[in-house]
Design a protein around this ligand. Structure first.
Ligand code: ZN
Length: 265
């Protein structure tokens, strides 16, 4: 082996090591533990009501779904540092709507971006645009991205007595998108007999919201897809209250998400 071959081989090895390191760190941004760490478990117990109310066998399934999500989807802080707790809240938001569908994944999702504050739809912090706390990206490279304001994500889990959770809201849009379109009608779940009563329900409840006679967030009256996302936040955050105040709506949502949550939370 002459000197040139030796240098070339060393160079090749260095390139391979760099490529291996880079692909590994780029994919997830963190090492995924094989066993669910006990401090992660206590964090979920304290912060994620949905998890804390699960029976112990289902908690293990939730944990493995969280690990699987973190392996598949990169979570990146934009102009802010993020830690394991931020990642756990993103993963929990993703797991909750599809928990009753063990075979489901968010196939189109590659990356979740966390911003330090509310952002505009142009992703800057200046100008006169409407500020938002979360959104599903659309168009070109943004098709595979979900964006959250980090404080808004935390607020969704902090206040357990309100009916909102931006993490769940955005992932319900992706749940809705499993049939190819975000239109407020999850066709994979809803057969023909279910769609018509659902459209009826959307129209009548939207009228109540607009006339100020409903406790449902007015943002749900924007269109069908926002209606589904907003009432789903209510369903996952306050299932008993939803069942009491809107029994028919609760009934449909418990069919959609395949869970009678009011009997658990
Ligand atoms: Zn929305």
């Amino acid at each position: 082996m002459n000197l040139f071959t030796l240098i070339f081989a060393a160079f090749l090895l260095a390139m391979l090591a760099w490529a291996f390191y880079f692909s590994k760190s780029k994919k997830s941004g963190l090492e995924i533990p094989k066993l669910f760490p006990s401090n992660w478990r206590s964090f979920l117990e304290n912060e994620v009501q949905f998890y804390s109310k699960l029976p112990s066998g289902e908690k293990l399934r939730f944990e493995s779904d969280v690990l699987e999500f973190l392996k598949r989807v990169k979570i990146t802080g934009v102009k802010c540092e993020i830690n394991d707790e931020d990642r756990l809240l993103v993963a929990s938001s993703a797991v909750i709507p599809i928990f009753a569908f063990p075979e489901w994944q968010y196939n189109s999702l590659c990356e979740v971006l966390l911003y330090p504050d509310l952002f505009t739809e142009k992703f800057d912090f200046t100008g006169d645009h409407r500020y938002t706390s979360g959104m599903v990206g659309s168009g070109g490279a943004m098709n595979n991205v979900v964006i959250f304001s980090k404080p808004a994500l935390w607020q969704g889990f902090d206040n357990k007595s309100d009916k909102s959770n931006v993490g769940i809201h955005e992932f319900v849009h992706l749940f809705d998108k499993q049939d190819g379109s975000i239109d407020g009608i999850p066709n994979i779940i809803m057969n023909h007999q279910m769609v018509l009563p659902w459209l009826h329900m959307i129209n009548s409840t939207t009228s109540e919201i607009i006339s100020g006679k409903s406790d449902i967030n007015i943002y749900g009256a924007t269109n069908r897809q926002e209606f589904l996302a907003v009432v789903s936040e209510y369903f996952f955050e306050r299932p008993k209250l939803l069942k009491k105040k809107h029994p028919e709506l609760y009934q449909i949502l418990s069919q959609v998400f395949k869970t009678d949550l009011a009997s658990k939370i």
